[in-house]
Design a protein around this ligand. Structure first.
Ligand code: ADP
Ligand code: MG
Length: 442
């Protein structure tokens, strides 16, 4: 995968950029959906994380799936490499050992409140994060931030840590993904260093755990996290976790953890609206010195993706093409460069495709969607299908009505309005509609 991704990147980056930054990156291995890559040194790693990671991720995800993540590690100097002839495989895939006294916070200094664009979709989570950063272990403990992929959870989590650190350089903060927490736990168990493990986490002032959903189903990790949580909570230390789901909706999450997450504040991040997407793109373009015309910003923002990382990837790609060709970014260039990503498939999608897709998703028959049956289990899927027809096809209300068993156009309008209203109120429904739309467009 990595070789393929590299060769794809070689096509869009300048020769020099590619040779300097992408070529030296080595593939170490992968565990579950995480691709482990290794940069030769800190400098390359920082530079790549800063400028090319979204692009790399996009490239890798397009070859695997959208859940794939990348961990970019720094090559250890050869001398320090511990000799472990017993399990070279595991050693390669698990370069992190049980950390002893670890003073690094793991925070990403790029992710601050300054670089975060606050819009309607993330206002609440942003305010909650700021409040926690300004008074840790105050009103909102724990803080639980949840939302879909690429909506800024990791960014906000880091921003809290970075802010606290900027006020108090001595604050003991650690940022961990739940997977890293688990790996470290496993290593400490293996080498019988559990005391070290416990001491390390329990002396923190602020514990930031990213993507907590991954500990679901992992008994020992949940158990250990539970004790860490209690110990920190009792000593009035701040805990912040993020997740892609509401606590109640994380399958395999122990009840006692779930209830603790609900003790504090739960804040969601919604998909950004077009204006927020534009604002994020502007900010990013300014930071990267990319000159981005308004119409192009709007073009990118109006793409169906709500994943900010994908948006950033598009911008970086445009920036690369622009500097490669020496031409300014224009709408035509954007259309051309991003034609594989921003596909205007609306012409190709038909009412029949939508009916079939929605019916399959809900395990219903197409005939049920077209019928007039008022069963609850049918009404919502039917309304969603109608809404998507209106959204993704050029069909008029009467035409849609015709294809839905000869319904009156006012029924169709009612369905569309109903779904529009629900979209602004019902997070789950919104997710479902987003998933369906993505599925249809891909
Ligand atoms: P998540 O953890 O929710 O999947 P991330 O925090 O990793 O998402 O965000 C993905 C990318 O989008 C990051 O580069 C982040 O800086 C950027 N991003 C997301 N939301 C915003 C925002 N509101 N303002 C600025 N950048 C954002
Ligand atoms: Mg994240």
């Amino acid at each position: 995968v990595w070789l393929q991704a590299q060769s794809n990147l070689a096509k869009v980056l300048t020769h020099q950029t590619f040779n300097t930054w992408i070529e030296p990156i080595k593939y170490l291995g992968s565990k579950r959906n995480v691709l482990l890559l290794e940069a030769p040194n800190q400098f390359v790693r920082d530079r790549v994380s800063e400028s090319y990671l979204p692009m790399i991720l996009e490239s890798v995800q397009s070859l695997t799936d959208s859940q794939t993540k990348i961990e970019l590690l720094i090559a250890k100097p050869k001398l320090e490499k511990p000799k472990q002839p017993a399990a070279p495989e595991a050693a390669a895939a698990e370069p992190e050992t049980c950390a002893g006294p670890d003073h690094s916070t793991n925070l990403n200094p790029k992710y601050t409140f300054d670089t975060f664009v606050c819009g309607g979709s993330n206002q609440f989570a942003h305010a909650a994060a700021q409040s926690v950063a300004n008074s840790p272990a105050g009103k909102y403990n724990p803080l639980f931030i949840y939302g879909g992929v690429g909506l800024g959870k990791t960014h906000l989590l880091n921003a809290i840590g970075n802010h606290v650190l900027s006020v108090n350089r001595k604050a003991r903060i650690c940022f961990y993904t739940s997977e890293k927490f688990m790996n470290e736990l496993i290593n400490c168990l293996r080498y019988q260093k559990m005391d070290q493990f416990r001491n390390k986490f329990r002396k923190m002032d602020i514990l930031l755990i990213d993507d907590i959903q991954f500990i679901a189903g992992k008994e020992r990790t949940q158990e250990e996290f539970f004790h860490t949580f209690n110990s920190l909570y009792e000593s009035h230390k701040q805990i912040v976790v993020t997740s892609d789901k509401f606590p109640k909706d994380i399958p395999g999450l122990e009840e006692r953890l779930r209830s603790r997450f609900e003790w504090g504040l739960i804040a969601d991040i919604q998909a950004p609206d077009t204006e927020t997407k534009v604002a994020i793109l502007r900010k990013k373009a300014d930071a990267d010195h990319i000159s981005l015309p308004d119409d192009v910003a709007l073009f990118l923002a109006s793409s169906s993706t709500t994943n900010v990382r994908e948006l950033e990837g598009m911008l970086i790609r445009l920036g690369a093409v622009s500097s490669l060709t020496g031409k300014n970014i224009t709408l035509d260039m954007a259309r051309e460069v991003l034609k594989d990503i921003i596909v205007d498939k609306s012409k190709e999608i038909t009412v029949e495709m939508i009916q079939k897709f929605v019916a399959e998703h809900f395990g219903l028959k197409v005939a049920d969607l077209k019928s007039d049956k008022r069963l609850k289990a049918l009404v919502i899927p039917r309304q969603i299908a109608i809404y998507l027809c209106r959204d993704l096809t050029k069909s008029s209300y009467p035409e849609i009505g015709e294809r839905f068993g000869g319904k009156d156009h006012s029924t169709i309008i009612h369905s569309v309005k109903k779904v529009e209203k629900l979209l602004s109120q019902d997070f789950e429904l919104r997710n479902t509609v987003d998933t369906l739309r993505k599925g249809l467009l891909s």
